[in-house]
Design a protein around this ligand. Structure first.
Ligand SMILES: [Zn+2]
Length: 361
């Protein structure tokens, strides 16, 4: 194997010395990282472009193959993986440097949100008085909520993985004041540039519960692949809710008795809710209520259990949202009714089993 003749770099001309240098740089660049698979790349000097492309390609291929073989021999428990390497090492022949690209670590799990004062992520919630710039009122964070569910899961995971950053991708989201109970909501936590990839996931789950002071619980954590994010985002899941409703005025027991029959299986027409129409164009959606039952009734109060199609606005189904949702609980009861407490009881995510059995990333 000969280095291309026009190679202008001041690195060794002798191919075996060049290989030795590349090997030494790869070892140094990867030393702090845990990884079990890797892929090599070679970046050549620009002058190579004058050579026939096929010649350059063949030379690079041979260089990578030889270097990969040497590294595999040194790292007995690590191997080359072209499709999903944990680590990419790119040797720059001109500069004699190795650039490293660490594949993010993806953890799949389900979370329960047990607080009515916690956003899923902080992205949408700027502190209004300072428009997110930071002020005394928000301790210079620019945030309306000091912490999010993503932080309560992400921060301890980041520390364990010695990662640079985290992002939580949920299978949908609930409002800040809505709890998510039952089996919880599927999510993928993405940890960028992790130094550690083998985490004690049970210990992490225990740490999330303790660190969040009971506001968040996670279950079923497993390592997964990037593709899982798309799968949980695209899955439209029916959801089951429990809604505590305040009724203004006296309840007509006949109308209460008819509520379940009137709404179970009903097709709703829902215009974009008043509470979000300032940031979204108004459209009318059609959503089905699969089932609705009155489970408790007290003075001025009703508790409903509702199973509904993905994307149904539940608070609006109850209040009617000034006529923007038809039919509605309020409309059928003939008295103003609004949801004061909402819990997600179940997310019918049929793909969960398949995901947890997915091959390791
Ligand atoms: Zn502020």
């Amino acid at each position: 194997m000969n280095a291309p003749a026009s190679d202008p770099c001041d690195l060794p001309d002798d191919p075996s010395e060049l290989l030795e240098l590349a090997e030494e740089r790869c070892l140094r660049a990867s030393a702090p990282l845990e990884f079990s698979t890797f892929k090599l790349g070679v970046k050549g000097p620009k002058s190579w472009l004058e050579l026939p492309e096929a010649e350059v390609r063949a030379w690079k291929k041979e260089f990578k193959r030889t270097l990969g073989g040497r590294l595999e021999a040194l790292w007995e428990d690590r191997e080359v993986d072209f499709r999903r390497p944990d680590l990419r090492l790119i040797f720059d022949i001109q500069r004699g440097r190795v650039q490293r690209k660490v594949t993010p670590l993806y953890l799949y799990g389900r979370y329960r949100k047990l607080s009515r004062d916690l956003p899923q992520t902080d992205a949408r919630w700027k502190h209004e008085p300072c428009a997110g710039k930071g002020c005394e009122g928000c301790a210079d964070t620019g945030r309306r909520y000091p912490v999010s569910l993503a932080d309560l899961i992400g921060a301890p995971a980041l520390e364990r993985a010695e990662a640079r950053d985290y992002a939580l991708h949920g299978a949908g989201r609930e409002d800040v004041d809505v709890r998510c109970l039952g089996e919880g909501r599927p999510f993928v936590l993405e940890l960028s540039e992790p130094r550690r990839r083998t985490l004690d996931l049970e210990a992490l789950a225990a740490e999330v519960a303790a660190g969040s002071e009971g506001r968040v619980e996670v279950e079923g954590l497993v390592r997964t692949r990037k593709e899982t994010i798309g799968r949980i985002k695209e899955a439209g899941c029916d959801k089951r809710y429990r809604a505590r409703c305040r009724v203004e005025g006296s309840l007509d027991s006949r109308r209460v008795g008819e509520l379940s029959d009137a709404l179970s299986g009903a097709e709703l027409a829902q215009d974009t809710p008043g509470r979000v129409s300032h940031r979204r164009a108004s459209v009318t959606r059609s959503r089905q209520v699969r089932e609705l039952a009155v489970v408790e009734q007290g003075p001025g109060e009703l508790v409903l259990e509702i199973e509904a199609e993905s994307g149904t606005y539940i608070k609006e189904l109850i209040s009617g949202d000034e006529g923007r949702t038809r039919p509605s609980v309020s409309g059928l009861l003939g008295v103003p009714t609004r949801c004061v407490e909402l819990d997600v009881l179940a997310i019918r995510f049929s793909d969960v089993e398949a995901l947890t059995k997915a091959p390791k990333a």
